[in-house]
Design a binder for this molecule. Structure first.
Ligand code: HEM
Length: 261
């Protein structure tokens, strides 16, 4: 007979709690650094799980549950942003006690973060090619490369709701960045004025876009206060590179229309 399920066996706690392995010789702060990154990766996993579900709900015309799912994602995003406060209790000198043990490892190489970017229509070939052919990360990103983004699912949903989304937008190359579109903006303005159900959905997508930008901003500020203008362990120009990723909304049309409302 199999053993009775317990809290520890259900959650695989023995495995989970054996996965924090500092590389330094007892430098106190490395544990926090490892735990916080692992927690982020677990939340990224859950956010991807929910965002995939949200896309499927839009494809099934279930706007109500899609919105509910977006609300859950946004609540997680708030926690992700708030968690940076914990890391900011680590001073630059504390970080330096173990930084060189990271070698070239960096959040730059988080494939789940890239997967989230892919879902939000920021698909860069370099993000995919960074991972070795045949690796789990590469396979996961290749699978997502040709999948519709959340924005594409949203446009198809709007078309099925009777909004005149141009054929070109419905057949657009889902690997290309989203370009602002006057036709889509006209539709969105009409939705905000006349279609309360879908305008709420638009607002949740703006929340999501703003939440991601907020995370990027807080991350770069944390990087500036911790390593100043030093190069990143991942080989980029550090905060100078990170600043180039700020203020790049995933859904530009939803921001463009604000002035017209
Ligand atoms: C002391 C703490 C941290 C420092 C100093 C730091 C520093 C950096 C730097 C310099 C980069 C640019 C790439 C490079 O050259 O390495 C970067 C990228 C990145 N970091 Fe951090 N980071 C920290 C904590 C975190 C945490 C907790 C996460 C959560 C997962 C994270 C996720 C990322 C991601 C996803 C990128 C890629 C961003 C992009 O390319 O747009 N970082 N980090």
């Amino acid at each position: 007979m199999s053993e009775a399920l317990t809290y520890a066996s259900y959650l695989k706690l023995d495995e989970l709690l054996s996965l924090q392995r500092p590389r330094s010789e007892g430098e106190h702060d490395e544990m926090l650094f490892i735990v916080i990154h692992q927690v982020y990766e677990l939340w990224f996993k859950e956010v991807l799980h929910e965002a995939d579900y949200c896309r499927a709900l839009l494809e099934a015309n279930d706007a109500h549950r899609a919105q509910h799912t977006l609300k859950r994602i946004l609540t997680i995003l708030k926690v992700l942003v708030a968690q940076l406060d914990i890391l900011e209790t680590m001073t630059p000198t504390e970080f330096l006690t173990f930084r060189e043990r990271l070698e070239s490892a960096s959040g730059f190489q988080s494939d789940q973060f890239r997967a989230l970017e892919f879902l939000l229509a920021r698909k860069l070939r370099a993000s995919l090619e960074r991972f070795p052919a045949g690796s789990r990360a590469r396979a996961a990103l290749e699978r997502r490369w040709g999948e519709p983004t959340l924005w594409d699912a949203f446009l198809h949903y709007l078309a099925r709701e009777g909004h005149p989304v141009p054929e070109g937008e419905l057949r657009r190359d889902v690997t290309a960045p989203i370009r602002p579109s006057a036709a889509i903006q006209d539709i969105l303005v009409r939705i905000y004025r006349e279609d309360p159900k879908n305008s709420e959905l638009c607002e949740r997508l703006v929340d999501l876009d703003e939440g991601m930008m907020e995370w990027r901003y807080r991350h770069v500020k944390m990087v500036e206060r911790t390593i100043g203008a030093k190069q990143g362990t991942g080989g980029s120009a550090g905060s100078r590179y990170l600043r180039t990723t700020l203020n790049e909304p995933a859904f530009p049309d939803l921001w463009e229309i604000r002035t017209q409302l």
